[in-house]
Design a protein around this ligand. Structure first.
Ligand code: ADP
Ligand code: MG
Length: 141
C-alpha cells in the first residue's frame, strides 16, 4: 500500500444544500487526513481550466457553468490508496448507478450535480492538487 494524495471537491450543489459537513464527516470516518481545504467561488476561466481534459465533451460548457454557480470546497486528502478509496466513497458518476451508501447516491441531484469530485489517477491528482493548493499550503505541520 502506498500513501497517496488526491484532490477532492465538495461541489456547489452539495455546499448549497448544506451537506458539506456530512460529507466531511464521511471523509473523516473513512480515515483520510485532510491536508488542506478552502471554500472558493470559481470563475468561468478557472472552471474551464480545471476541466480542460473534458473540453471536447458535450457536457463541458454546462459542467463549467454548474461549477461556477456557487462556492465549492476543494480539499487535499491523504491516505493509503487515497485516489481509489476516495473514488469508491464517492460512487459512480451517475448517482442512479452509484452503490448504496456512497456520497453520490445519497447527495447527488443529477449526473451533473453529483456532489463531489475526485482525481481519477495519480496523473490527474498531480495536475489537480497544484491547481488549487501551493506546496507551501501542503507542507507538514
Ligand atoms: P467523474 O466526476 O466521476 O470523474 P467525469 O470525469 O466523467 O466523471 O465527468 C466530470 C463531471 O462532469 C462529472 O462528475 C459530472 O459533474 C459531469 N458529467 C459527467 N458526465 C456527464 C453527462 N453525461 N451529463 C452531464 N454532466 C456530466
Ligand atoms: Mg473525472
Amino acid at each position: 500500500m502506498t500513501i497517496e494524495r488526491t484532490l477532492a471537491i465538495i461541489k456547489p450543489d452539495a455546499v448549497a444544500k448544506g451537506v458539506a459537513g456530512q460529507i466531511i464527516t464521511r471523509i473523516e470516518h473513512a480515515g483520510f487526513k485532510i491536508l488542506a481545504a478552502r471554500l472558493i467561488h470559481m470563475s468561468a476561466d478557472e472552471a474551464r481550466g480545471f476541466y480542460v481534459v473534458h473540453r471536447e465533451r458535450p457536457f463541458y460548457g454546462s459542467l463549467c457553468t454548474f461549477m461556477t454557480q456557487g462556492p465549492c470546497l476543494p480539499m487535499v486528502l491523504e491516505g493509503e490508496n487515497a485516489i481509489q478509496r476516495w473514488r469508491d466513497l464517492m460512487g459512480a458518476t451517475d448517482f442512479t448507478k452509484a452503490a448504496p451508501g456512497t456520497i453520490r447516491r445519497d447527495f447527488a441531484s443529477s449526473i451533473e450535480a453529483n456532489a463531489v469530485h475526485g482525481s481519477d489517477s495519480p496523473e490527474s491528482a498531480a495536475f489537480e492538487i497544484p491547481y488549487f493548493f501551493s506546496s507551501l499550503e501542503l507542507c507538514p505541520r
